[in-house]
Design a protein around this ligand. Structure first.
Ligand SMILES: Nc1ncnc2c1ncn2[C@@H]1O[C@H](COP(=O)(O)OP(=O)(O)OP(=O)(O)O)[C@@H](O)[C@H]1O
Ligand SMILES: [Mg+2]
Length: 518
């Protein structure tokens, strides 16, 4: 096949070559199967083939074993013979070992270039999901985002969001009039969730320089697509963060990329491993959004491939959009398993040579029931396909090689260091400081004035000797600002206090109309 990716051999004795048509590769796909049945290797060979065809790839590396894409396989490897035999069986005569242009990314910046996004780009819907907020709390988050917009406060990192929430709390009386009840309890709950997220390493993800999608969509000097490998082993400990981040990346792609209709080959292929995490307990609004993004991102030339153990982990509306399928073996121990198996089998176009349900139960490791989109985007008849062996290394590369590749990457300089640009946190702090200063000034002037008045009145009524007695009394009673050193100390205390809650309350008094200004 001219415009297809070779995936393996089907038919009798596995001699009929099976292809994924690049023209329909943006119509999404599914890789499913029980543990140890060959999902990761299938992902690996698809990533290799897309890259070789000049299509950049994004994938998350859940167990660390996909880093092998960066290195070539070896005839010394224990499975070399098995690979060669398999290649011969499926007529894969051009099978060779090869390394691919991999770029490593890591939300935590440890095992790859740091991937950052801003709070504003993540948006309230995804953040609410990330923080597991209730509807009421999500409402408040929406108000806070809107305020930041109105006030021209950039929301970049978690500090910005925290400062914004504090500010929202302080202005909640006015806000409640405009938007309905803004409760302290809800704000407090969001703040506590933010703390949890921070403890999970969330602070590092939000900030700048934010990821530039173009850096994921490059070709190397030989025209091969860059394979972006997101380290997800640590990330998997925070499944919500993992799923939300990938969803964010998808929606960014959707928003940023131009319409291309149906291209000859995709602009990018996105593999979503452990896809069930995206849908576990997800509210309907979110599932709808995923469904919508999947449907629309196709015309931007992005193919999305979900990887999961059981196809019934994926909501039906989305499953129905996954045109290219590699179904590895499913177990059928329980009644529920059996039902899921039957349902999975029913979604395929039957092959007269075998029973789909039996085949899904029987296929061996590295073998699958496959169905790829064919002419006019019609699903092909189901095949029993022996998947081709990988050309790159099976399993992880050593940490030293990884470090070397990261150091050599030209993207390092751009992303290595976080930049803390002026944003909501700093701006609100400056506003508060300025207001506190103004408050302090006003208070000092008032004090000075009344002290002067007292002095004046005292001078009018009493002689010089009594003035000194009176001033001693004043010092005790009213914080005498005549004494410059004492006044300085008191001013400091005052400023400190103004920076605390009391200060902020004063600030609110003075700048009460602050957000009404615009
Ligand atoms: N296409 C293939 N060619 C050769 N060997 C394969 C192929 N697919 C799978 N294997 C063999 O089967 C093993 C398990 O496959 P793989 O790691 O892909 O399973 P998995 O479904 O990802 O499992 P898990 O759910 O545990 O992650 C591989 O390490 C390899 O030895
Ligand atoms: Mg795997």
């Amino acid at each position: 096949m001219e415009n297809g990716l070779f995936i393996g051999g089907g038919g009798a004795e596995y001699g009929e070559k099976q292809y994924l048509d690049l023209k329909y590769a943006n119509r999404h796909g599914l890789i499913a199967g029980a543990t140890g049945t060959g999902k990761t290797v299938t992902l690996q060979i698809l990533a290799e083939s897309f890259s070789a065809a000049g299509v950049p790839v994004f994938l998350s590396d859940v167990k660390g074993d996909l880093s092998g894409l960066a290195d070539r396989g070896s005839p010394d490897f224990k499975l070399h013979e098995a690979f060669t035999k398999r290649a011969a069986q499926i007529g894969f005569t051009e099978f060779t070992y090869d390394a691919f242009p991999a770029v490593f990314w890591d939300l935590f910046g440890q095992q790859g270039h740091p991937v950052r996004t801003t709070v504003a780009e993540m948006g309230p819907l995804l953040l609410a999901r990330l923080l597991d907020l209730t509807e009421a709390q999500e409402g408040i988050l929406n108000i806070a985002f809107r305020l930041a917009d109105e006030q021209g406060l950039p929301l970049l990192d978690l500090k910005d969001l925290q400062a914004l929430l504090v500010w929202t709390g302080e202005n909640r009386a006015e806000l409640s009039l405009r938007y309905g009840n803004v409760s302290v309890a809800s704000i407090g709950a969001i703040q506590r969730r933010l703390l949890v997220l921070e403890n999970e390493g969330g602070a590092e993800i939000f900030g700048e320089p934010a990821l530039d999608l173009a850096d994921m969509m490059r070709l190397d000097a030989d025209g091969r697509g860059q394979i972006n490998i997101l380290a997800a082993d640590t990330l998997m400990a925070s499944p919500k963060l993992y799923a939300t981040f990938l969803l964010w990346l998808l929606s960014e792609l959707f928003e940023d990329l131009p319409e291309v209709g149906d291209p000859d080959k995709p602009k990018l292929v996105f593999f979503f491993d452990e896809a069930h995490l995206l849908f576990d307990g997800a509210p309907k609004a979110l599932v709808d959004k995923v469904e919508q993004v999947a449907r629309l991102i196709r015309s931007k030339g992005v193919g999305v491939y979900f990887i999961t153990q059981n196809p019934d982990d994926i909501p039906e509306d989305i499953l129905g959009q996954l045109g290219n399928r590699v179904q590895h073996a499913l177990r059928a121990f329980t009644a529920r398993d059996k039902k899921a198996l039957r349902m999975a089998a029913e979604t395929y176009r039957p092959n007269p040579d075998f029973d789909t349900e039996t085949a899904i139960r029987e296929v061996g490791v590295g073998e699958a029931v496959t169905s790829m989109l064919q002419k006019k985007g019609v699903p092909g008849i189901v095949q029993r396909t022996l998947i081709r062996p990988p050309s790159s290394k099976l399993g992880p590369i050593p940490a030293s090689l990884r470090a070397q590749l990261i150091a050599a990457s030209d993207l390092g300089a751009k992303y290595a260091n976080a930049v803390d640009r002026d944003s909501a946190h700093e701006m609100l702090k400056r506003r508060a400081d300025a207001a506190a200063k103004a408050a302090e000034e006003a208070e000092r002037r008032e004090e000075e004035q009344s002290a002067a008045e007292r002095e004046f009145n005292a001078g009018r009524r009493y002689s010089g000797t009594r003035v000194s007695r009176s001033s001693a009394k004043t010092r005790k009673r009213t914080l005498n600002f005549d004494d410059s050193s004492l006044g300085g100390a008191i001013a400091n205390v005052l400023v400190k206090e103004l920076k605390g809650t009391t200060g902020r309350r004063i600030v609110r008094g003075i700048l009460g109309g602050l957000f009404k200004a615009r």
